[in-house]
Design a protein around this ligand. Structure first.
Ligand code: SAH
Ligand code: SF4
Ligand code: F3S
Length: 447
């Protein structure tokens, strides 16, 4: 068997695509841990911010010497940077053999065959009309993961002004519900207990396809698969979050009480210039309703600071929104110009030092809120799905609460894959600490 080394940057959809690539290659290649052992090196890339893109050039640039000493080594750059750069990527990285956009990763075996036949380099960044992600069923030999991702749709139609994703992943296409269900069933047969359904905007699942269920209906179907204990999903666009989906948090026991609801900014002027298509007030109203339906729900969000034209007053509205919502956790970023994104042409850019200052203020405020929320868990008994030993301290076990908090806890060995009750006794900035009480696997039983 030949060896493949794969490195993945970016979002969970890229992780999912990387897994698909390994599955497509599995009859010929086994994964290996070091680039220097590999016959094939794949780098699955992200271009959401400048920094992410730079990492790719750094890593792939450093592979040049390997290619020089072993010309038969095949190097592929896949994903969003590949899509964005296409042919141009070969100018900067002439030792690359494959440039495959996010749709083309599903055509990897064909591209590889061409390179082997001496027809390389192969650049495939074509968005084909009617593209459908093929069904590539998961197979885990030996290791039994407790949780897994399932991409339910590709692409994005929203064109937020700052964002490269609609350009790198193309238009929204939903996968047929029967394929999604077959994939989840296959995961569950292999021991998976929790799935996260993925899409850039899952709330618009199936809207363009005839006869497809709504996202909420799909979610209910997935949740009803015997042996599946927990379901999560990401990402939700606030403009498309509706009552039908909100109700799932209260009515579907498998749907975990956590929602990632990116707000990006607190000022209506900035939201409008970002083309987010909701106001601060509409967003807050959805949060209010959500908490009315499901009081225990944990919310997380994404924030961009220093979007072009963001004044000090606009920025203060982001801070006040953070205070008002009290997210459990946030992911915050300095605005970054992206080729192809509309805001790159906006003139009133915020200076780098000012973006850094604003980001630091966001961190400071959110760290306090997160800390306070984490402390409020102390003394509570939480349901945790055990993932295995804690990577930071193998004497402890690790898992997540339904609200998606990481819990490291003391407990007996052999609990991996079990649902347990943990008494929360302490917390840090990013995790809770606790003690095992009992195993509480749900009545639905083993698959
Ligand atoms: N589809 C998801 C995720 C998009 S990318 C969504 O709609 O939320 C993840 C996050 O990266 C975004 O939510 C945004 O906060 C951030 N991001 C995207 N483009 C960016 C840019 N040009 N500069 C800084 N942050 C950006
Ligand atoms: Fe980007 Fe907006 Fe689409 Fe999210 S919804 S991927 S932020 S364009
Ligand atoms: Fe990055 Fe592409 Fe995902 S730009 S965030 S890898 S969709």
């Amino acid at each position: 068997m030949k060896k493949v080394f794969i490195r993945t940057f970016g979002c969970q959809m890229n992780e999912y695509d990387s897994e698909r690539m390994l599955l497509l290659l599995k009859d010929e290649y086994v994964p290996c841990a070091e680039p220097k052992e590999a016959d094939l090196i794949l780098v699955n890339t992200c271009s959401v911010r400048q920094k992410a893109e730079e990492k790719v050039y750094g890593l792939v640039g450093r592979l040049k010497h390997l290619k020089r000493s072993r010309p038969e080594l095949v190097i592929g750059v896949c994903g969003c940077v590949a899509q964005q750069e296409g042919e141009k990527l070969l100018k900067r990285l002439p030792h690359v053999d494959l440039v495959l956009g996010p749709q083309a990763v599903y055509r990897l075996p064909e591209a590889l065959a061409k390179v082997r036949a001496g027809e390389g380099p192969v650049v495939d960044v074509e968005f084909r009309k009617g593209f459908r992600q093929p069904l590539v069923l998961p197979e885990f030999d030996g290791h039994r993961p407790v949780k897994a991702f399932v991409t339910i749709m590709q692409g994005c139609d929203n064109f937020c002004a700052y964002c490269v994703v609609p350009h790198t992943r193309g238009r929204e296409v939903s996968r047929p519900p029967e394929e999604i269900l077959a994939e989840v069933e296959c995961l569950v047969r292999q021991g998976v207990r929790e799935v996260t359904l993925l899409g850039q905007n899952v709330n618009s699942y199936g809207r363009k396809e005839k006869g497809f269920p709504s996202f909420a209906a799909l979610l209910r179907e997935v949740a009803s698969i015997p042996g599946l204990w927990r379901v999560r999903f990401t990402t939700s666009h606030p403009k498309d979050l509706d009552e039908e989906l909100m109700r799932c948090f209260a009515e579907v026991p498998e749907v975990c009480e956590h929602l990632h609801l990116p707000v990006q900014a607190g000022s209506n002027r900035v939201l409008a210039r970002m083309n987010r298509r909701y106001t601060r007030e509409e967003y807050l109203e959805k949060v209010r309703r959500l908490r009315e339906i499901c009081p225990e729900i944990a919310l997380t969000t994404d924030i961009i600071v220093g979007f072009p034209g963001e004044t000090d007053e606009d920025f203060r509205q982001t801070l006040s929104l953070l205070e008002e919502v009290r997210y459990h956790e946030i992911f915050s970023f300095k605005y970054s110009d992206r080729p192809l994104a509309r805001s790159t042409a906006f003139e009133d850019k915020v200076p780098e030092e000012e973006k850094a200052r604003r980001l630091a203020l966001v961190h400071e405020l959110q760290n306090r809120i997160t800390r306070e929320i984490n402390e409020s868990y102390i003394g509570r008994v939480e349901e945790v799905l055990v993932e295995g030993p804690s990577p930071g301290n193998p004497e402890l076990l690790t898992g997540r609460t339904r609200t998606n908090h990481v819990v490291n806890f003391e407990g007996p060995a052999g609990l991996k894959g079990q649902l347990v009750h943990v008494l929360i006794e302490g917390c840090g900035q990013h995790s809770l600490r606790g003690r095992y009480l009992e195993t509480v696997n749900p009545p639905k039983g083993e698959a």
